[in-house]
Design a protein around this ligand. Sequence first.
Ligand SMILES: *[C@@H]1O[C@H](CO)[C@@H](O)[C@H](O)[C@H]1NC(C)=O
Ligand SMILES: *[C@@H]1O[C@H](CO)[C@@H](O)[C@H](O)[C@H]1NC(C)=O
Ligand SMILES: *[C@@H]1O[C@H](CO)[C@@H](O)[C@H](O)[C@H]1NC(C)=O
Ligand SMILES: *[C@@H]1O[C@H](CO)[C@@H](O)[C@H](O)[C@H]1NC(C)=O
Ligand SMILES: *[C@@H]1O[C@H](CO)[C@@H](O)[C@H](O)[C@H]1NC(C)=O
Ligand SMILES: *[C@@H]1O[C@H](CO)[C@@H](O)[C@H](O)[C@H]1NC(C)=O
Ligand SMILES: *[C@@H]1O[C@H](CO)[C@@H](O)[C@H](O)[C@H]1NC(C)=O
Ligand SMILES: *[C@@H]1O[C@H](CO)[C@@H](O)[C@H](O)[C@H]1NC(C)=O
Ligand SMILES: *[C@@H]1O[C@H](CO)[C@@H](O)[C@H](O)[C@H]1NC(C)=O
Ligand SMILES: *[C@@H]1O[C@H](CO)[C@@H](O)[C@H](O)[C@H]1NC(C)=O
Ligand SMILES: CC(=O)N[C@H]1CO[C@H](CO)[C@@H](O)[C@@H]1O
Length: 640
Amino acid sequence: MLFFTLWSLWILDVARASVTVYGQVPIGISSALAPTGTVAAAYNDTTLQPPAVPSPAPPTAFTLSLQAANKTVTGLSIPIHGTFFGFSVEMSVITQLFGKNSSFIQVPLLNLLANIQERAGAVHIRIGGNTQEYAYYVDTLPDGHAISKEKADTNNPTQTPAVIYTMDLFYVLANISSLVNVKWYIGMPFNDTANLRFQIVEYGEAILGDNLIGVQVANEPDLYAAHGHRNSSYSPQNYADEFGAFITALAANTNVPVKNNLIGPSVSGTWSPEQVWDTGFLTDYTASLSALSVEHYPTDNCFPIYGTGTYHDPQIEFYDFLNHTSAVALCEPYLASTAIAQAAGKPFLMFETNSASCGGFPGISDSFGAALWALDYGLQMAASNFSGAMLHVGGQNVFYNPFTAPPTNQSKYYEWTIGAVYYSALISSEVFAKTNTSQIIDLKGNNDNIYTPQYAIYESGAIARVALFNYITDPTGASKYTATITIADGTVPSSVQVKYFLSDSVATKNNITWAGQTLGQIRQVDGRFKGDLNVVTITCDTAANTCLIPVPAPAFALVYLAPEEDIATVTFATSTYTNAANTATIAASVLATSNGMSGKDWAQLGSTSKGSISGAVGGYVRVNFAGGLIGAVAAALVLL
Ligand SMILES: *[C@@H]1O[C@H](CO)[C@@H](O)[C@H](O)[C@H]1NC(C)=O
Ligand SMILES: *[C@@H]1O[C@H](CO)[C@@H](O)[C@H](O)[C@H]1NC(C)=O
Ligand SMILES: *[C@@H]1O[C@H](CO)[C@@H](O)[C@H](O)[C@H]1NC(C)=O
Ligand SMILES: *[C@@H]1O[C@H](CO)[C@@H](O)[C@H](O)[C@H]1NC(C)=O
Ligand SMILES: *[C@@H]1O[C@H](CO)[C@@H](O)[C@H](O)[C@H]1NC(C)=O
Ligand SMILES: *[C@@H]1O[C@H](CO)[C@@H](O)[C@H](O)[C@H]1NC(C)=O
Ligand SMILES: *[C@@H]1O[C@H](CO)[C@@H](O)[C@H](O)[C@H]1NC(C)=O
Ligand SMILES: *[C@@H]1O[C@H](CO)[C@@H](O)[C@H](O)[C@H]1NC(C)=O
Ligand SMILES: *[C@@H]1O[C@H](CO)[C@@H](O)[C@H](O)[C@H]1NC(C)=O
Ligand SMILES: *[C@@H]1O[C@H](CO)[C@@H](O)[C@H](O)[C@H]1NC(C)=O
Ligand SMILES: CC(=O)N[C@H]1CO[C@H](CO)[C@@H](O)[C@@H]1O
């Protein structure tokens, strides 16, 4: 249970290295300087009422009788990787989230990804979404940008402006992967299959190599007719035919060596996956497919933006996210398909999801309740034999972001903002960990009470962890429950360790902790956990074969029946590149060599005082910081 920080800076290539580290900025300063004014959705402070304690209240004591080994359990999932939850990043927000170009990478992003990599071994990110369809390549963009937006067509207000990218987009991704083990999915523009624009695949494969793990062919083709991308009779068969035509064109493209990493059909619920399987999609294209995909949001909040559909009152919708029925109901339509995928030997991915389309709901999407919901949904998808799920990330104008970057011109004042669902992704990486052997099952204990779902996780064949949810908010303490864990064909260990995910209420947004630590409040996040790690040791009664685990209301608890592998925190000192006074520079060649290092000997940036360290120092420079992160260094990473 070692949790440590070692901030050091390696300069491996003395000849080329040049490191400049400027002054220290206390983390807290940003909010003091934050201008007031219009609040973007990502910072919206709407707080809803948590639901009252239900009547009847769930029983507050129940027993979970577990089998010691996976082979005596029926219904366990396929092996799940710690990378299960990844992120889906809309192309249009790459500049803000990743950085302007391959010379400038956002350091808080690296920290947020490193947190997950340390637990899961890697992080999966999908680049795409609605904006991928019309994306096109250009040789250069003004002011060194890797990505930009076409000027909106003023004659066509509903037309999403096309994203324009340069070759440097792939160097941005490659440079991120050289610092944190990120694997990428990219999306093939599919607006015009008679004139395919292959550059994204050509450059993606050439520059990303093994870090490119899949190419999505068409994003939500079942909405093409509704979005005016195809005519109104566009059908699953039309899509399957276009997919086939794409495979033929790809086969003829000598610039694309890898031809069997395609992902489809990415349908969103307007067509069922079965309608696509019925075209023969899976058998016809099996040699080209590396994974099968769907996309889905449980509901939408489109009415306030577009005036379409039905208005959903967030206070009423909140209830739908605060019990286990949601997770089960969201997976149910895909159970036949996950079985089909398993039989075909293909992973089945939820390629894009979050709490509600059209940006999520104020008060719901960034609440502790949404984090419990997303974690339950993720574990339920895994128990349903999905192999991965991508939480969608948009810009400032959405409520559901796992993380939000400050507007680039304000980064001197603002730091990053964490969305509660980031914790869901992080926690799931601990639930499944790095061995690729975790198997999960929904225990349906406590008489399958919808407010107290529980899961068991087997790793390397043996019971390893138990996940316990309590969806109820009850400040009186009366709704805290005690789960008694017993091993039916064995004995409980003498003690277990428990990590709690806590907040006062399902409605809160700013006071959320995982194992005692937090990423911080709105506009105060640099991607590093703050506070002391608090892992609770609970002594079990081996004679009685019981471990009694208390679970507050609300909370999530992860019970370790087997010792947890050490998690070393790897952090990059922050903060932003637009503030020249807080900019550190380091040669890209140095960072390139850091790939593959373990968390214990990672390249880091940091300094405590104003000054400049240049390549002349020779060997390496190491800056160690003891203890906490308060008053940590703000510096930016600039690859030269
Ligand atoms: C938060 O969002 C709601 C719904 O869009 C809006 O009515 C409210 O004014 C927003 N709050 C702030 C502070 O912007
Ligand atoms: C497809 O997108 C490209 C790039 O944005 C655009 O030039 C072209 O006109 C589009 N074609 C169709 C048929 O929409
Ligand atoms: C990134 O943008 C800056 C200008 O802000 C430019 O000087 C630099 O050359 C660009 N880097 C690349 C790799 O294009
Ligand atoms: C609609 O497009 C499909 C091909 O995607 C084509 O086969 C069909 O004829 C078109 N229908 C109309 C009415 O234009
Ligand atoms: C539980 O959630 C489901 C859907 O997610 C919703 O339909 C139902 O009303 C919720 N139950 C309660 C008692 O709130
Ligand atoms: C997941 O796959 C396993 C192994 O094939 C199977 O036993 C289990 O029933 C499946 N789970 C669900 C919910 O379909
Ligand atoms: C940042 O840019 C936006 C849009 O370009 C502008 O409205 C805003 O005033 C700028 N803010 C600052 C602090 O310069
Ligand atoms: C887990 O799977 C990933 C992706 O397939 C692989 O890169 C990694 O080496 C595997 N880890 C272990 C411990 O086998
Ligand atoms: C049990 O776990 C082991 C090790 O991960 C695995 O090889 C085996 O297939 C699993 N058995 C079942 C029945 O799931
Ligand atoms: C934050 O949460 C903790 C425990 O969940 C609670 O004790 C504390 O009072 C909360 N602080 C604030 C400012 O709400
Ligand atoms: C490690 C790595 O991929 N570094 C690249 C970062 O981006 C620049 C282009 O701006 C490349 O030259 C580096 O190779």
